[in-house]
Write a protein that binds this ligand. Sequence first.
Ligand code: IPE
Ligand code: IPE
Ligand code: MG
Length: 247
Amino acid sequence: MGIDQHIDQTRLPKHVSVIMDGNGRWAKQRGKLRTFGHNKGVKAVRETVECAAEMGIEYLTLYAFSTENWNRPQVEVNALMTLLVKTINKETKTLMDNDIRLNAIGNLNSLPKSCFKELNEAIEKTKDNTRMTLTLALSYSSKWELIEAVKTIAKNVKDGELNPDAIDESVIDQHLCTLGIPDPELLIRTSGEQRISNFLLWQIAYSELYFTDKLWPDFDRKDFEAAIIDYQGRERRFGKISEQVSA
Ligand code: IPE
Ligand code: IPE
Ligand code: MG
């Protein structure tokens, strides 16, 4: 399927990040268990990944499980972890066929062993793919990431390896899990919630935010394209005035 003609291929965001939200409500509306919604959400992941890659997006980051999500009922956490293993296993071939590199950010050591193993195998297998980098945020939260960064930076200062006066934006960037990935120009959140939920706080300092009422399992390539079109209609001023930007 071709890309929507309203999309200007020369002005694509390099990096799009997505807070995939609304699986539970989608299932509830149908009188089903929340896990039914998570299972259905996999199709939306596949469609979004394929659409982004076809379009020419270089980096796609999906928020799949937050640090705070560990506090959900144990059955739901278990179901999500099982789904994760199953999906990564099943989709690795599609990633290879589409030349997509898999990456993960978050406290990956906190994942069950089977998840950790499956994830690392897929990351290793896809590491030479170059069309798009797909990053899954798993057991991720921005405050966790920033605490880890601050700890490392503090140790470097203590060991005399870093002068505190030399700490600038790039030093912070280098200590985040997103090292080497440009900041997202666009952040999409589904399900009508208008909050960030501890996702990429530093990296989205200047991102365009796009909220849609669509629940994640209903999100499809048309919705992804609509978000890109909306993004392309915005003026990004970075503190300047409109006349400076258009000049
Ligand atoms: C997003 O859907 C998936 C995860 C957070 C893992 P939710 O499970 O949060 O669905 P709602 O928000 O309860 O509808
Ligand atoms: C955010 O969704 C985390 C993911 C999408 C993985 P939540 O549904 O957990 O967020 P809150 O708790 O409603 O803010
Ligand atoms: Mg939610």
